[in-house]
Design a protein around this ligand. Structure first.
Ligand code: SF4
Ligand code: SF4
Length: 60
């Protein structure tokens, strides 16, 4: 199944994806690392479209 992946080398921790995700699927670890919860994510692609760094991609 496809899943959304955050490229940690590109992420600048702006939190835009976390704010814009309608399903609260973007998680922030206590170390400030952003990730996407596969159970909550519906693959709508909004996070990828709003990320200023193009850090989020859909992987098959
Ligand atoms: S929108 Fe992009 S750069 Fe900003 S926190 Fe999310 S993945 Fe990182
Ligand atoms: S694809 Fe949609 S549901 Fe999944 S993390 Fe991005 S904005 Fe949230």
């Amino acid at each position: 199944m496809a899943r959304m992946i955050i490229n940690q080398d590109k992420c600048i921790h702006c939190a835009t994806c976390e704010v814009e995700c309608p399903f609260k699927a973007v998680l922030i670890s206590d170390k400030g690392i952003f990730s996407i919860d596969d159970e909550l994510c519906r693959r709508c692609g909004i996070c990828a479209s709003v990320c200023p760094m193009d850090a989020i991609t859909k992987e098959e």
